[in-house]
Ligand binder design. Sequence first.
Ligand code: M6R
Length: 355
Amino acid sequence: GKSGYDHFMLKEIYEQPQAVRQATRGRVSELDGTIELTAFPTAMRNELDRVQFVGCGTSYYATRYGAALLRERGVPAQAFVASEYGTERVPTEDGTVVVGVTQSGETADTLAALRDANGAGATTLAVTNVVGSSAARECDAAVYVRAGPEISVAATKSFASQQVTLATIASALADGTDRPFLESIRDLPAQVQRVLDRSNARDVAEELVGADAYFFIGRGYQHPVALEGALKMKEITYEHAEGFPAGELKHGPLALVTDRTPVVALVTGGDDLVEKTLSNVREVEARGAPVVAVTDDPDGVDGVADHVLEVPETHRYLVPVLTNVQLQLLAYWTANLLDRPIDKPRNLAKSVTVE
Ligand code: M6R
């Protein structure tokens, strides 16, 4: 059941402290600061030269985030929309691991990409929520994200669990001794809980509902979150929403910005990125757009943002987990105010089993 929540989506959003805790349980040793992903074979780790991620929708955005983390760790990594993977001849020389990220493990596009990769001789890894799923069975190995059952069509806790799992894989590949990261992982469930307890996303949704469109902007690790925030918004509210890298706005999308198009800006990521994103925020403000800043430094957006959705400070890899929770709540409350059938949006299915 929904355990007292109006929708499975809200219940699953509130299950995220537990979900992110489960994602690392037994995999991260706080004592000696090491990470062991038992399902991630040592052989695979030793022979790994490059990683290609495939996924769809929300899971694709998780791959964008995962690939960026691996690149920062010195591992060449690319993210592909699964349905596009087979349209290119992507070289899969020795040492290529193709990682399929899929909550259900049954998404036809993702399975097709993994089969292509298997056929081309690549090593394949499934990062999935469902034990015994097709992806888990057909890949050389599987890592489970352990989010627990997700009923709502909109993916929420599974995305948080994917983020944490991919961050843990990135750390494990880098020999797993990143103490600041491990400490932040330990604190993450409580921080997600804090966001849930204190979020004012419902009030912000009330202020903004009825807008012409919603734009989401972010840089670096926050770019996939901007895309995910927009997907969640369009999926459950049926309102127009788009995500952009913050710097791209001025290359075209800015023409769409008016006083009826709120811009949700992810303002995190160190001084340099923050400063640049804030200058993009000023550009939309000059066009009269209501600005929502999602930030771990509310003082830094003082006078620039009309609304602030605050997140606690954490390791830079994990800030996107926290900011995303605020965007989930913003989409949820907007859809709620519009009286949408949140758990079962029109035209969509939980598991998409056709290509
Ligand atoms: O089960 P999967 O993770 O493979 O599903 C992929 C997408 O269909 C899924 O994430 C979809 O985009 C969600 N409904 C988004 O909320």
